[in-house]
Design a protein around this ligand. Sequence first.
Ligand SMILES: *[C@@H]1O[C@H](CO)[C@@H](O)[C@H](O)[C@H]1NC(C)=O
Ligand SMILES: *[C@@H]1O[C@H](CO)[C@@H](O)[C@H](O)[C@H]1NC(C)=O
Ligand SMILES: *[C@@H]1O[C@H](CO)[C@@H](O)[C@H](O)[C@H]1NC(C)=O
Length: 486
Amino acid sequence: MAERNGPSSFKVGFRKSLFSFFTMTSLLFVLSWFFVMQSTYRPNPMEYNLMPNSKHLSALDESEYEMLKQNVQSSFGNIKLVKHGGKCHQNDELVIKVYMYDLPPEFHFGLLDWKPNGSSVWPDVRNNIPGYPGGLNLQHSIEFWLTLDILASEFPQAPKARTVIRVKNSSEADIIYVPFFSSLSYNRYSKGKKKEKKNGNKILQEKLVKHLTTQEQWKRSGGKDHLILAHHPNSMLEARMKLWPATFILSDFGRYPPNIANVEKDVIAPYKHLIPSYLNDNSTFDSRPTLLYFQGAIYRKDGGLARQELFYLLKNEKDVHFSFGSIQKDGIKKATEGMRASKFCLNIAGDTPSSNRLFDAIASHCVPVIISDAIELPYEDVIDYSEFCIFVPTVDAIKENFLINFIRGISKQEWTRMWNMLKEIEHFFEFHFPSKENDAVQMIWQAVARKVPAIRLKLNRHGRFSRSPPSTDKGLMSIPTPRNFW
Ligand SMILES: *[C@@H]1O[C@H](CO)[C@@H](O)[C@H](O)[C@H]1NC(C)=O
Ligand SMILES: *[C@@H]1O[C@H](CO)[C@@H](O)[C@H](O)[C@H]1NC(C)=O
Ligand SMILES: *[C@@H]1O[C@H](CO)[C@@H](O)[C@H](O)[C@H]1NC(C)=O
């Protein structure tokens, strides 16, 4: 009997464990769904349309969503899934908790000639906002807007719609923010003073690396939960090679080796457009006389060969404006008129894959035609750019007559649809202080927030042995890093 019972009770036990395995996986599936729902920001209905694969989400209405939430909560009680409790939710909005180092002003507002009054290294943004230099500096000014947004989050009268909250205890933070205005440092210190042995930009980067790598917070995570701004393609040129475990905010990956920066780890932020927003745009397909507009430098060092090719292909087309020179001073006025009078605006890769031209085109409601195979676009995980941009592979664009025929083939109806879409999405690329709902500042924070689960995964994986006796230190080093992880 015992012998016969053995295997059959084993079978029952096996079936039981199969069943509970099945139950567990189903519950885990529901749970993970719930977390996906929570970590997906709650968009307004218009943005829903732009989100690829969002249909299964929009199928749930508010009450169903609430029920799902309660079900999951009652099934799992207050189970703690991650060490630090994950994201924080306020009024059902996604809010990211940020710890900001109190770096000396020379790293941030000091670069704007602001001087501290008293012991605080930060200006009181309620009544004193240091001015940011204008002109081309502005296109990389995200460091300024994000830092102001963090500072503003501390005041009770801060605007209601906010995506970031400053916490003073770094253990409670989702991300550790490094307030170095690296683009400004590059613009200010590395031009025109090449004769100096070491420029101020390099010195600041060295100081930053030295300071950061001795901080408790950096040592704790190896920098993995740090957020570093390097929007100008040449900013942080030296420090990037040492601080790469952090998440960078960049304009593209053109000047980065893939192990230092990549789309999994880092966040792409828009340039601040230089051309003013087109308010009350009453233009139509027929009222914009120019078919295709391009203004920019033509001969570029790397990757910009397509510009020359396209110039020779397009220069004889009557309704194409193709001219050279960067847009500065009165150039801005001309470019503003030019883009507003054009149906389509060309964005061709220059010496970097991205430029502010795309955001100037969006602000002008001039449908962007993107010829830049390595371009990276801001918040592309939630925005489908093909709804309002035309993408043409470089290899096709430089075939004779390909581009012009393609553009001429786009109907008035199709153009008007994209023009309308541009007007609806342009606010995603506007920088404000105080930040506004789903403006560029908040969209960038949300993009950072979507990186947080992956950062947690990295940290928790590497922290497996953190409570073990010191002798297992070697074990910690031996956790294999999965392929494609960075
Ligand atoms: C510095 O701060 C003190 C009080 O905090 C204030 O009375 C004073 O006017 C400030 N000085 C300047 C130059 O802003
Ligand atoms: C910071 O937060 C951690 C985790 O919540 C907590 O254990 C610690 O006591 C806090 N430190 C301070 C100084 O409040
Ligand atoms: C748009 O409005 C302006 C001023 O109100 C007017 O001068 C212009 O002709 C209008 N354009 C079109 C295409 O209706």
